[in-house]
Design a protein. Structure first.
Length: 138
């Protein structure tokens, strides 16, 4: 992309750099170097998005998703629910528990964003074939 001066080969328009592209452009190191005292990064997906996918909602901003979210984080933080809470003690629909487990085990399928579009997630099973097809379209 740099050799093309960040221009589209089809229309000649300027291509917006994504965060990763910008970091790569200004980075001092070829590989990330993290200080020993820094805890590891946690790559998280918002709990509301996981709930929405689990119950089949397109948007995490519906009242149904918000109610389930509020019930899950009642006396915990969102990160505790996503990373630490004992899943057998969480009171939620089986689909939501399965979605959290899929997140924890790295089975959630990530479709990266770019070019002004947000990334998307898909859960294993019903969303997987559709998501994999989308991933292959890159």
């Amino acid at each position: 992309m740099e050799e093309l001066k960040h221009k589209c080969t089809v229309c000649g328009g300027i291509i917006k750099l994504g965060v990763k592209d910008r970091v790569d452009l200004i980075a001092d190191f070829k590989e990330p170097v993290h200080p020993d005292h820094r805890p590891p990064y946690l790559h998280l997906i918002p709990l509301a998005e996981i709930i929405a996918k689990a119950i089949g909602n397109k948007s995490p901003y519906t009242s149904g998703v918000q109610k389930r979210y509020d019930d899950l984080v009642d006396d915990r933080t969102e990160i505790e629910v996503l990373v630490e809470a004992n899943l057998s003690e969480i009171k939620a629909e089986p689909e939501v528990i399965e979605a959290i487990e899929a997140f924890r085990s790295g089975k959630v399928i990530l479709k990266p964003g770019g070019g002004g579009k947000y990334g998307e997630i898909a859960l294993p099973g019903k969303d997987a074939k559709k998501a994999l097809k989308s991933l292959l379209e890159f």
